[in-house]
Design a protein around this ligand. Structure first.
Ligand SMILES: CC(C)(COP(=O)(O)OP(=O)(O)OC[C@H]1O[C@@H](n2cnc3c(N)ncnc32)[C@H](O)[C@@H]1OP(=O)(O)O)[C@@H](O)C(=O)NCCC(=O)NCCS
Length: 370
């Protein structure tokens, strides 16, 4: 093997695999399988985009019907996954419960074919995410409704109320934005686990573990808590100054790839405005987010990311803050599964090197002499 060379911290700017699934670029563009995110956000359904991500092309009507009915057939959660969820402490964060339930699902479904396992995992995410939250918070179990789609059902089961068509449509737009994003930390994790030839549940459970952190998927919950703490647009600039002067990260800002604009954040910002207008609601939350975004840009030239604007949309839709990262997971599982398959199609075990910086030439000292 050639001499070990040091690579940038956090693999900054290093390509570790090829992918045909999606591409984010520093110019603020994002494509899923060649289609621009704005086009999909404005025109497509979640199910169409999920098919596109998984199968590589937009579905025909027949393919979409088959895909949708195949997902429906896999909706119900096995009884012992409910038992696992019920055994979790009542003060668990729902994301911990989701991660555990995904792992439990894998133990249940080891005898399914690989393709069926993937459909099952994607299809079960709305009921799994919603009931992980509901059960640990002492609410009754809810099941998806037969004739409704992924987004409607997830919103319905999380809020416990039948959403109107506009709310479900707005929520679906955010799920499309969360579907896939090339080699982010959780997707890279999934590919590393896939490269060991572990099953899809193992890989996606690991992805969920990586997603929870506040530098990744956990940022949407942290961003909402921060917006509530700031409270009003007039206080945004002072809050920002104080945070930066104390060296604190401002949640929902910054991105490894997008240094000027995150296209998903800008689409979400427009959606937040539309949603508030549609409800004839006070636009204070929009003005607050906008004021913070502008202050951050002036101070540090760091743009808002998707999590920053998805959070107030979820809040406006009456979704509990602790479910925001699980919602991200419900959508992103589809991207993870596509990357799992792509990794296996031309697999090579991920096993990077490291540069040893510890001591050498020490001799064992018996315990009584230490
Ligand atoms: C996402 C994130 C981890 C990207 O990290 P990265 O690619 O390593 O960031 P960069 O190297 O471009 O950061 C450049 C500088 O901006 C700072 N910075 C980046 N994001 C920041 C933020 N949200 N708040 C304050 N400072 C930030 C960094 O600390 C760094 O400062 P330094 O040069 O003085 O050390 C980072 O922006 C972050 O922690 N954001 C907050 C969490 C978040 O919203 N995550 C969701 C991402 S979609």
């Amino acid at each position: 093997m050639s001499e070990i060379t040091r690579v940038p911290a956090g693999l900054y700017g290093v390509a570790v695999s090829e992918t045909g699934i999606s591409r984010s670029a520093s110019d603020g563009s994002l494509v899923f399988r060649g289609y621009g995110i704005k086009d999909l956000f404005e025109k497509a359904s979640f199910e169409e985009c999920a098919f596109l991500i998984l199968e590589g092309h937009l579905p025909t009507k027949g393919e979409l019907d088959d895909f949708t009915s195949n997902l429906r057939a896999h909706w119900p959660l096995p009884t012992n996954v409910y038992q696992i969820i019920k055994a979790m402490p009542r003060d668990s964060h729902p994301m911990d419960v989701v991660r555990t339930a995904m792992s439990g699902l894998g133990a249940n479904e080891h005898s399914l074919s690989p393709k069926e396992q993937q459909y099952s995992l994607v299809a079960k995410m709305p009921a799994l995410v919603a009931n992980c939250y509901r059960i640990v918070r002492g609410m009754e179990v809810m099941e998806p409704e037969e004739d409704m789609n992924f987004a409607w059902n997830l919103l319905y089961m999380l809020t416990g109320k039948r959403p109107d068509a506009f709310d479900a449509w707005a929520f679906e737009r955010e799920l499309i934005l969360y579907l896939e994003h090339d080699l982010n930390a959780s997707t890279f994790t999934v590919r590393v686990v896939a490269s060991t030839l572990a099953d899809v549940y193992a890989a996606c459970t690991a992805g969920a573990a990586a997603l929870k952190g506040p530098l990744h998927g956990g940022a949407n919950e942290a961003a909402m808590q921060m917006l509530l703490e700031i409270g009003s647009p007039e206080k945004a600039a002072a809050y920002l100054q104080e945070s930066l002067s104390k060296g604190r990260k401002v949640m929902g800002f910054g991105h490894r790839v997008y240094k000027k604009v995150d296209p998903r954040a800008q689409l979400s910002k427009g959606m937040l405005k539309t949603l508030l207008e549609h409800r004839h609601a006070d636009d204070k939350l929009y003005r607050l987010a906008d004021a913070l975004e502008q202050a951050m840009w002036q101070a540090k030239r760091i743009p808002a990311n998707l999590d920053f604007y998805a959070a107030p949309i979820f809040y406006t839709l009456s979704l509990p803050i602790e479910t925001y990262t699980p919602i991200f997971a419900a959508s992103r599982v589809t991207g993870w599964v596509a990357h799992y398959n792509e990794q296996l199609a031309e697999n090579k075990l991920f096993r990077p090197d490291s540069i040893y910086t510890g001591p050498n030439d020490l001799s064992y000292v018996p315990i009584e002499k230490r």
